[in-house]
Design a protein around this ligand. Sequence first.
Ligand code: GLP
Length: 244
Amino acid sequence: MKIIETDNYEEMSRLAADHVEAEVVSCPHLVLGLAAGSTPRRMYEFLGQGYRERGVSYRAVQGFNLDEYYGLSKEHPQSFYQYLTRYLAGGTDFQEENLQVLDALAPDIGKECREFEKKIELAGGIDLQILGLGNTGHIGFNEPDAAFPRHSHCVKLKEETVKANAKYFSGGEVPRYAMTMGVGTIMQARQIIMLVSGKEKAGILKKVLCGQVTPQVPASILQFHRECTVIADSEALSAYHQML
Ligand code: GLP
């Protein structure tokens, strides 16, 4: 795992956007795995800036949504589908029809997950997966568990995750289940970048970077990925530095 430290969130976002742009420029048909959440938001804004100012085009890019709250329609303002259409399709020429998502209203979840995996396979696999890091150590919505979930599936969210997400649902009901790419799906991506910002992620990031590789800290498996870069700001890396 390669670690790149930045001074702050802005620099982390800029660096991540530069990386994504470089990949898209060298391969216009890139297959991207797309994270939502507050961490990559500024990165997506920088991608929009690159499109407007330098004409970096996302027209031929295919995107796969990393995860989605179970039970939310695509139209729900807090769905990750809305997030990606707002931040990626809204800011660049990324084509909404090129965005594949796990349908969180699918009547047969197992079938929906299998078909999603099949679509990734047919696209030739994910070239570059963008990840955030959850407070529980989750990637996508793969929560701490007894084993690493291999394929896309539906998951019951940990109480800590539900609490962390409550800020997005202003008093409304916070989803307790989600659909997510499996850890195996994520690990099959050719390249991964994980963005981490802020001191509240410092403790968990330290475990991810140099703790035991265990399904109790799902992101720790990234230690075994051949092409994984963690781009984190100095606050997020503060606990890691203390132990060095
Ligand atoms: C969210 C999503 C992840 C995200 C992570 C961190 O709940 N499931 O895709 O990367 O948790 O979120 P944030 O960036 O808002 O801290």
